[in-house]
Write a protein that binds this ligand. Sequence first.
Ligand code: FAD
Length: 369
Amino acid sequence: MAMKTGSVLVSGASIAGLTMAYWMNHYGYDVTIVEIGHQPRRGGTPIDVRGEALDCARRMGILDAIKKAKLPTKGLKFMNEQNELQGTMLVEQIGAITPDDTEIRRDDLVDILYAKVRNSVNYKFANRITQLEQNAEYVNVSFEDKTFGTYDFVIGADGIHSGVRKLTFGKEEQFTHFLNFYFSVFTVDGSLGEQNYAHMYNTPNNMATVYFYNKDSADTLLAFRASNQITFDRYNIEQQKQIVIDAFEGIGWKLPQLLEELKVADTFYLDQGCQIKMPTWTSGRVALIGDAGYAPAFPTGMGSTLAIHGASILADAIAECGNHQTAFEIYNETFRPIVEKLQATVYDGISFVLPPTIDKIYARNKMGE
Ligand SMILES: Cc1cc2nc3c(=O)[nH]c(=O)nc-3n(C[C@H](O)[C@H](O)[C@H](O)COP(=O)(O)OP(=O)(O)OC[C@H]3O[C@@H](n4cnc5c(N)ncnc54)[C@H](O)[C@@H]3O)c2cc1C
């Protein structure tokens, strides 16, 4: 291995960024993470760690911790408006790649990764990159808090609305492929769920799912189809909540209670369903990983798996090659077929979570039989 040390700045302290930080620190680099939040961002419904990402986790020494945090999920129950059971899919029937695939709370995965790098890398929380200039030797970075830094590489792991991508590759719209739906995630009273099951209710344009596992609160996912993009202020939570309330107005099942809970929810997240597609994930000394470069959208269930796998491939390539050009080429070439194959599965995923007609909802509800 052609080990060569230097400094790396990672933007984003979530699944992709913390994985990258772990590996670059492991390979002897001086690592700094800049994160817009005051700490790693929390929230979200359970996520899956699958296939290759499990092998990466084993190499990182966190596989046991991930398995320990595995949720006792039994499956998915499809309900009708009167909350009567219409069908069940057991966890083994829901698109597993290997029997080891693990469903885990997003917060638990973030905590496990953060614990691995908490004391070994530098942090700039509540901060972000405002300017980024690179030459053949290094990257000069200005931060929002008016400080500056010089790094050998900058890695954008800052999610769908990546700041590094905007500064290096240009406008977000060029890379965003809208999938004609929106989704929102928040927590509700646990009594609205059933232990170790997810309950899903659909109407032709809307879906509500409540996940409940051994705690006081349940995670809720509301998704709705939209033919056009909706403009909203990403920092105006009240405005975003109203968009969801309007989209679910008049819908039965547990929606009246869920919407009351939404109004007072502390953790709330709304975004468009979209994929990020780019012709290349690297430019000079800057590279993108995770959702920033190739968000697959939640109906694939593969966002975290791709983030961990991609970060590991890139870090290994940097450690193995004597120069970043070759490493970045290897990353672009080896990971692209994996990303493209996976992103193509999103339409099946959308048909599953948001069947567009009553007949299709009925057929989906019976899929587990
Ligand atoms: C709060 C939250 C809830 C989520 N809930 C779900 C869910 O329920 N289901 C699901 O499938 N996926 C969810 N996701 C997305 C999921 O985490 C990713 O698809 C996947 O894990 C890949 O992770 P990532 O690290 O690439 O991106 P993300 O997990 O999106 O992380 C991006 C990180 O970058 C930070 N950041 C953003 N902009 C900047 C900036 N300009 N400068 C510095 N830091 C920045 C963010 O605060 C965040 O910590 C959620 C993401 C977040 C942030």
